[in-house]
Design a protein around this ligand. Structure first.
Ligand code: SF4
Length: 474
């Protein structure tokens, strides 16, 4: 195993960037665990009635029993198609479609508020898509006014919006600041013009540098950029150049995703020539060099796909053991409920998950009938809740304390997870975890493969594997 020890320190231990060889051994495909159970386990038996009940239960809870509340709003429209896209979006140049969508969002908000009550305190808002900035200034103002009418936003909360750099200028950023947004997430993906052309997303680097400059001058508290490695025409050298530009840009947070080429599932990807894609080995090299470059530039590796500057609340929360994980990835905000609005949006209320209709036609139709547009979801069992807490403890705090989790969930955790502890032994031998009588500890190397560690506790995944193994045997 060859590991590079970098000079930068994050928290109490050295950051150890794994080599490409180590990454290719442990970087397994698997869920990102923005929820547990994962969204592919949701069922249609959980619908609008069950969701309404969860909202009413939340409303009836008082004081400390009421979990903190976040709000997520999905805006599905984009003006042009990026060929790598696997999101739920609608490509259109018809801006007037946003007005019809806002009408329905307001209807949904009224239906949800009727169950939840008005004025619930909210300290986190995320506008995602699609492209939220597809909405014009008046549309965004209308949406924010509707949300402010339904919730009570905390003055020191995190209010974030995903921004397509091609849809904003300095004046629009000023408008976002005036509406109360204090966090921006720019979709960058790659600065190389040839790569941008190959994925049909042309946005000159200078445009992003200018926008980030304006955003800083306007006082936005945090700026995130998304990057993707594994895109067509990317090479290890070209991605090194993009990384150097990103380090110069110095966003507070960086999300680095792997491109998964699944043209049979995602139609836009059929426009990408398979021959243009970097080979697997080059892709792993890009990941290894990204981790090394970003940590050497002073970024703290948060976990999974996320990096943050040491004084960003995300890095502070990691140092203090306060990280959480939700549908938008890691968050420094307290763990809690997520009220989701919009087509295909996924929410979490109490021990339930819910998802809205995935097509605009069905979403509009259900709202037209005066019904909540929830079409699937899940009521978690006690076992699911225990495993969710276990997976989140490992992925966010890097430690599972047997006594603490046992007390919280009324079980003998060591006995309960006997099979999982046995399954972790090979990972211990490879240096990813440390097992003691008191706890499971993720090692500094293990942080880079925390998904593989979490997967051991995913009983749905393990059941699938056993079924496949069984069907192969018979
Ligand atoms: S990547 Fe983003 S901007 Fe591009 S088509 Fe997909 S959702 Fe729209």
């Amino acid at each position: 195993m060859s590991l590079t020890v970098l000079p930068h320190r994050s928290g109490p231990r050295e950051v150890i960037a794994p080599s490409a060889a180590v990454l290719s051994r442990f970087e397994v495909p698997g869920p990102r665990y923005t929820s547990y159970p994962t969204a592919d386990r949701f069922v249609e038996a959980f619908g609008a009635d069950a969701y309404g009940e969860a909202l009413r239960e939340r409303a009836a809870a008082v004081g400390a029993r009421q979990a903190p509340l976040s709000v997520y709003v999905h805006v599905p429209f984009c003006e042009s198609l990026c060929y790598y896209c696997a999101c739920n979006k609608i490509i259109t140049r018809h801006r007037e479609r946003a007005v019809e969508y806002l009408d329905h969002l307001e209807r949904e908000l009224a239906l949800q508020s009727a169950q939840l009550g008005y004025g619930a305190p909210v300290s986190q808002l995320h506008l995602g898509g699609g492209t939220p900035t597809f909405l014009d200034d008046a549309g965004l103002a209308r949406l924010m006014a509707a949300l402010r009418g339904a919730f009570s936003f905390a003055p020191d909360g995190e209010y974030a919006i995903e921004v397509d750099p091609r849809t904003v200028d300095a004046a629009r950023l000023a408008h976002l600041a005036a509406l109360g947004f204090n966090r921006l997430s720019f979709g960058v993906q790659d600065f190389d013009p040839a790569v941008q052309k190959a994925v049909h997303r042309l946005q000159p680097a200078q445009q992003v540098f200018d926008l980030v400059g304006h955003a800083r001058a306007l006082g936005f508290a945090s700026i995130n950029t998304d990057l993707i490695y594994g895109l067509p025409l990317q090479t290890v050298a070209s991605f090194d150049r993009t990384l150097a530009q990103v380090c110069e840009l110095r966003p507070d947070r960086i999300a680095l995703y792997a491109y998964a080429h699944l043209p049979e599932r995602f139609k836009p990807q059929r426009r990408i020539a398979t021959n243009d894609l970097p080979e697997g080995i080059a892709k792993v090299e890009m990941l290894a060099r990204s981790i090394a470059a970003l940590t050497a530039a002073g970024y703290v590796y948060i976990g999974m796909d996320h990096f943050a500057l040491p004084d960003d609340p995300l890095a502070v929360a990691k140092r203090q053991g306060r990280l959480h994980r939700s549908f938008q990835g890691y968050s420094p905000q307290p763990d809690g409920d997520i009220l989701a609005l919009g087509v295909s949006a996924i929410g979490r209320i109490g021990a339930t998950y819910s998802q809205n209709a995935k097509t605009l036609a069905e979403y509009y139709d259900l709202l037209g009938q005066g019904r909540l547009p929830v079409v699937r979801g899940l009521a978690l069992s006690r076992e699911d809740v225990l495993r969710r807490a276990t997976i989140m403890a490992l992925m966010c705090q890097g430690r599972l304390d047997f006594e603490a989790i046992g007390l919280a969930h009324l079980t003998d955790a060591r006995r309960h997870f006997a099979a999982e502890l046995a399954a972790l032994e090979p990972l211990q031998a490879q240096g990813l975890v440390q097992l003691t009588d008191q706890a499971i500890e993720v090692t500094p190397t293990g942080w880079f493969f925390v998904r593989a560690i979490a997967m051991v506790f995913d009983r749905y995944l393990q059941a699938d594997r056993n079924r496949t193994r069984f069907s192969r045997i018979v």
